[in-house]
Design a binder for this molecule. Structure first.
Ligand code: 0X9
Ligand code: ZN
Length: 306
């Protein structure tokens, strides 16, 4: 039986994905939708009840930043919980009747693998592709590489920086994979979650300080409700705001891109804690429990609106 209270290396997560499919063949499909710079496959799990019509859908990606290990741990917990509850909890069943879920447990596959190499690589954040000509550093920040005011704020053109946005928008295979999957389905995907750590924040578009989302007030309300749902579980405080106001301005994030292409509900969750990417394993379960409550709150709102 899979242990959801520890961090898992990439190979175990891959095996786990296969198990989810074989244990739930009617509801879970494995979709390989891209490959990384180092030619590894990027996969997601589609959770959806059989249907003749195309349903609206929810996107969730984890592990955009390699060192944020709680993020892939949450995606796995989320899949497990949905699959456990949809048969017995009529609310979850209702959600699944009307919504498909596309869940990527690890997007930055090369980076995640690298953080498991040894003690010196544990805090790697970026991809593993080389910088431009004349720079010796490796890696682009995937969360600065999307087409959303690319390169404008919160980035560094120094390719050694942790917020290097790449030599052009979508220079990274991993970002292109997301775009190639989501863009053709943008009318169906109504809700976009990207899961990070740390900071205990619920962020919504935009990360560029001079742009305001047309549904800013609604996004703020949904986020406040999610923060309240999170607090009810273990008493943890999550701060709510647009990227630019709650954290720091940052252009080129996947969330901003999702909102820009017309996905109405887009969120970045920054999970526990408030000071470290190395969240102790004894906090995995409580963090997943509260985050599930927050995400569930958002999805319930979205479901009632579609
Ligand atoms: O900097 C990031 O990409 C995110 N924080 S993290 O510590 N997980 O790297 C925050 C992205 C959202 N921030 C803004 N757009 N301000
Ligand atoms: Zn992050």
């Amino acid at each position: 039986n899979y242990d959801y209270t520890i961090y898992h290396p990439l190979a175990e997560i891959s095996t786990w994905m296969g198990q989810m499919v074989s244990e739930n063949p009617d509801v879970v499909t494995l979709v390989d939708y891209g490959s990384t710079y180092e030619n590894r496959t990027i996969s997601l799990l589609k959770i959806g009840l059989k249907s003749d019509v195309t349903k609206k859908a929810v996107w969730m990606d984890c592990g955009i930043h390699a060192r944020e290990w709680i993020s892939p741990a949450f995606c796995q917990y989320f899949v497990k919980e949905i699959l456990r509850t949809y048969k017995t909890d009529s609310k979850v069943e209702e959600l699944l009747k009307n919504l498909d879920f596309y869940i990527t447990p690890v997007l930055n596959v090369d980076g995640y693998l690298y953080t498991w190499k040894d003690n010196t690589t544990r805090l790697w954040r970026k991809t593993r592709s080389p910088g431009t000509d004349g720079c010796d550093c490796i890696g682009t920040d995937l969360n600065r590489n999307f087409e959303a005011n690319w390169g404008m704020v919160g980035v560094s053109q120094n390719c050694c920086s942790n917020v290097y946005p790449g030599f052009k928008a979508l220079s990274e295979a991993e970002a292109r994979s997301v775009v190639d999957f989501v863009e053709p389905r943008k009318n169906d995907i109504v809700c976009f979650f990207t899961i990070h750590s740390y900071g205990q924040l619920i962020l919504f578009p935009y990360g560029h300080p001079n742009v305001t989302a047309p549904n800013y007030n609604e996004l703020a309300e949904i986020s406040q409700a999610a923060a309240k749902a999170i607090k009810a579980v273990h008493g943890m405080t999550y701060t709510v705001g647009s990227f630019a106001e709650a954290l720091y301005p940052a252009a080129g994030s996947s969330m901003d891109w999702a909102r820009l292409i017309g996905i109405p509900f887009a969120f970045t969750f920054e999970l526990r804690d408030e000071g470290s990417f190395e969240l102790p394993e004894n906090q995995i379960l409580p963090t997943c429990e509260e985050t599930y409550a927050g995400v569930h709150s958002v999805i319930t709102y979205v479901h009632n609106k579609i």
